[in-house]
Design a protein around this ligand. Structure first.
Ligand SMILES: [Zn+2]
Length: 274
């Protein structure tokens, strides 16, 4: 059994503001360590419960947050950016299930630490086939293309609820109760590490018992709509071939989820203000 741990940073133990997850800020070093701790707890849980192989994708910012020198030596790490599958690097390597560790709610969520969707600078909303999407939706749909289920998620209570609602009854580890965009009641790492490990073990048991959530498979072709934050961003991104525009909303169609994911990433990159 092979598990992909797709990690992000905003939903890591203790994180409540951007300074803590921004390279260059003095606080960032502490939270890289905490991110590595949350990921290690998931690695332990997976391997204790029968996984033979764990690949980790470092999905925040430039993809070099996890401290490899502190990573469980039984795991392998996809680090750096850009990579072909970004936050899901490794998904095409015969994986049996995915864990989302350190995830955050979609843009515009109430009671959600650092809620955003892909880029808080550029992106207001994303829809996949008219379904409002967070990063967990985009990434689960990419896994769904390979017929791989998402087995668990860790983060605040709001991202766990959103994922549960969209993706099915996956295992959850709520490491903080968000009270706002920049506030939460946080559990310390000694506690969250145990919670994440136990949730990972439960997830693996369900793989063995063949009662995991179903892979999140979207109907193809996939219709992607991205609402950007301002007209100058929409002006830039609308020059992408195949895109139609309605105000701040850009829409395109893609034949499958890997193509939709690539085009979405390209569109967001194009929209950045310079
Ligand atoms: Zn992030």
């Amino acid at each position: 059994m092979k598990i992909l741990i797709a990690s992000d940073m905003e939903g890591i133990t203790g994180v409540t503001n951007w300074d803590q997850v921004t390279p260059g800020h003095p606080e960032y070093a502490r939270f890289r360590k905490l991110m590595t701790g949350d990921v290690n707890a998931a690695v332990r849980g997976a391997l204790n419960a029968g996984a033979n192989e764990v690949i980790v994708a470092d999905g925040h910012w430039n993809g070099s947050n996890i401290l490899i020198e502190e990573l469980d030596p039984r795991a392998r790490l996809n680090s750096g950016s850009p990579s072909p599958f970004s936050m899901m690097q490794g998904i095409n390597q015969n994986v049996d299930g995915v864990f989302f560790i350190g995830y955050h709610a979609r843009q515009g969520s109430q009671g959600a630490v650092l809620d955003h969707t892909w880029s808080n600078t550029c992106v207001a909303n994303v829809w996949l086939n008219d379904l409002i999407a967070g990063e967990y939706t985009l990434n689960a749909a990419l896994a769904g293309h390979f017929n791989i289920p998402v087995l668990m998620i860790s983060g605040d209570q709001t991202v766990c609820a959103q994922a549960f609602q969209q993706l099915g009854d996956l295992e959850i580890a709520i490491v903080k109760e968000a009270t706002g965009h920049f506030s939460a009641e946080c559990l310390p790492p000694d506690i969250t590490g145990k919670m994440i490990q136990v949730a990972a073990q439960r997830a693996l048991k369900r793989v063995k018992g063949k009662n995991t959530p179903k892979p999140f498979v979207l109907k193809t072709p996939i219709n992607v709509t991205v609402e950007l934050n301002s007209s100058d961003m929409a002006d830039k991104a609308m020059s992408m071939p195949g895109v139609t525009r309605d105000g701040l909303k850009l829409t395109f169609s893609a034949e499958d989820m890997p193509k939709a994911y690539s085009a979405f990433r390209a569109l967001v990159l194009m929209s950045y203000p310079r």
